[in-house]
Design a protein around this ligand. Sequence first.
Ligand code: FES
Length: 317
Amino acid sequence: MASSELGLKLRLVEVRYGAPGINLYRLAACDGQPLPAIEPGAHIDLEVAPGFLRQYSLLWPQPRLDTYEIAVQEASEGRGGSRAWHRQSVTGEIYPGSEPRNLFALNAATATTSYLLAGGIGITPIISMYRKLVAEGRPVQLHYWTRSAEAALFHDELAAVSDGSVRLHHTSGPAPRLADVLADIPNDAPLYCCGPTRMIDAFDDLTAQRPLHLVHRERFAAAPVEAGPAGSFSIHLARSGRTLEVGADETVLSACLAAGIDLDYSCEEGICGACEVRVLSGSVDHRDQVIAPAARATSTVMMACCSRGLTTLDLDI
Ligand code: FES
């Protein structure tokens, strides 16, 4: 397969205004059958144009069993996926989609308060988590930074919460910084953060000393990656016993595909997690945005589309 299987056929059935520059899109299974059930934090690959895949967080709960909903912010920079949604999509159009994946899942039931931190369009997975935690009666605190009240997606739903579990911060006026909020959150609390690159960079720095298993974040755009050594290296594929050379201008993914070995992939820029492979031995130069910097040293997986070997890598392929 050339990329993550696009086994779903989804028809755009509704477009709604969400906030300035943000629309909500409902997509229904063309065959009317229930779609794979999702949990908060799940995302899907959609083929926005032939051969052009983008990843979108799915809103929880699903509007119906056969329907998913996504929010898309029109970005002036970027590669045109959001512009295609905002300028060209029409109801009735069919989009091939992958099975949902979830690299940003809520931990199983925990008695302590979960802290949800969102910036801008990063509210999409975060509000799904908030809804789920509230539905389960679990303690939660949500902080959501936007430029203004008008810019906040789901503003009316969140502003109507009266129990103090939602804090809306508007950066056009006085607003606490992420560092201020984190300073008041106990060290043993689960954290979930999604937002723009600068916010996630700051979150990674500010949480580097916290217990790894409690710190969760998701990027929705690739951050520039510091270039490490870009020499060639070898990979040993444990399942087939083959050894491949990955040239300086290749990736593990491209070397495998060129050798006729089928690997899943989607974004090819280290943000979606589709190309994750298990590392059995060897030292990895992690260049993706999926694995938090603090988790890299102990990670047993790598993203084949961008991370490289500092030594020969023994891979579960
Ligand atoms: S293909 Fe998306 S992280 Fe590698």
